[in-house]
Design a protein around this ligand. Structure first.
Ligand code: SF4
Length: 261
């Protein structure tokens, strides 16, 4: 394994066909997913900031704590920073997230003279995305989550799980940034699949395609996965545990070679 060419293409089909096949396999395996009730746009934006580097339970604990301490977003905006940091402590990185939330609230107030974002419902997806991206600290993932889950507008958010699954399956390359992945995956999948594909890929990444040691032996998309195909061709080992361990090291080595290239 010495060059980029060591990683074979997932299939001769187009990326769109490949993405569709993965989506359909995940629907067959997990079913159609349901997320929590949609939040208003600003609530979703703050919740997404809180979600960084933590799990859903801690995100929700921090969000609920913040709302209990400050019933309105205006109060959060104008509060002593230490009070906001204290309220969102369960989410972790509170010293970073608290000031960031308050700064976004201040920026939105300066821009819009209000913290009511309901007007975004009447904008096109592109215009709403452009409007939200103006604010420092609001990136493509946050915007895509607000669009998809709060505004019911087509967007495909890419988090660390989706980025990893997409890289291993070959939908994107090891060099594709998260920002680029939002665009590429949104183009690859039909808009009507975004909601389910996003949630099912996250679930796969959390439960099976984990960062350190993916459980390929129980994965429903091995037929559509570069990582699996590459390592299967590299190893005749049948013992499951050592097979999976070798798959990890093989792919990392191949990835390093690709990065050098
Ligand atoms: S086959 Fe393995 S590497 Fe590929 S998506 Fe499934 S768990 Fe991840």
């Amino acid at each position: 394994m010495t060059s980029n060419s060591a990683i074979p293409p997932a299939s001769s089909d187009s990326v769109a066909d490949h993405a569709q096949a993965i989506h359909e396999a995940l629907i067959a395996f997990y079913g159609y997913p349901q997320w929590r009730e949609p939040l208003p746009a600003l609530d979703e934006l703050v919740s997404t900031i809180l979600s960084q580097n933590t799990n859903d339970a801690n995100r929700d604990r921090a969000f609920n704590s913040l709302r209990q301490r400050f019933p309105s977003w205006e109060e959060v905006r104008d509060a002593e920073p230490a009070e906001v940091i204290k309220a969102i402590h369960p989410a972790g990185l509170a010293n970073q997230k608290g000031p960031r939330i308050q700064e976004v609230l201040r920026q939105i107030t300066q821009q819009h003279n209000s913290l009511d974002l309901s007007f975004l419902h009447d904008m096109s997806s592109d215009d709403a995305s452009a409007w939200l991206l103006k604010f420092k600290g609001v990136g493509p993932k946050t915007v895509a989550i607000v669009l998809q889950f709060s505004l019911n507008k087509p967007a495909f958010p890419v988090d660390t799980h989706i980025h990893r699954v997409s890289t291993r399956t070959g939908l994107i390359t090891l060099k594709t940034s998260a920002e680029q992945a939002h665009i590429l995956l949104a183009k690859a999948l039909p808009k009507e699949t975004y909601y389910a594909a996003h949630l099912n890929m996250i679930r796969l990444g959390r439960e099976i395609c984990q960062a350190r040691l993916p459980k390929c032996g129980i994965c429903p998309i091995t037929n559509h996965c570069n990582y699996f195909r590459f390592n299967r061709t590299q190893s005749q080992i049948t013992d499951k545990t050592s097979f999976d361990s070798r798959m990890v090291s093989n792919f990392i080595m191949a990835g390093n070679e690709e990065k050098k290239g």
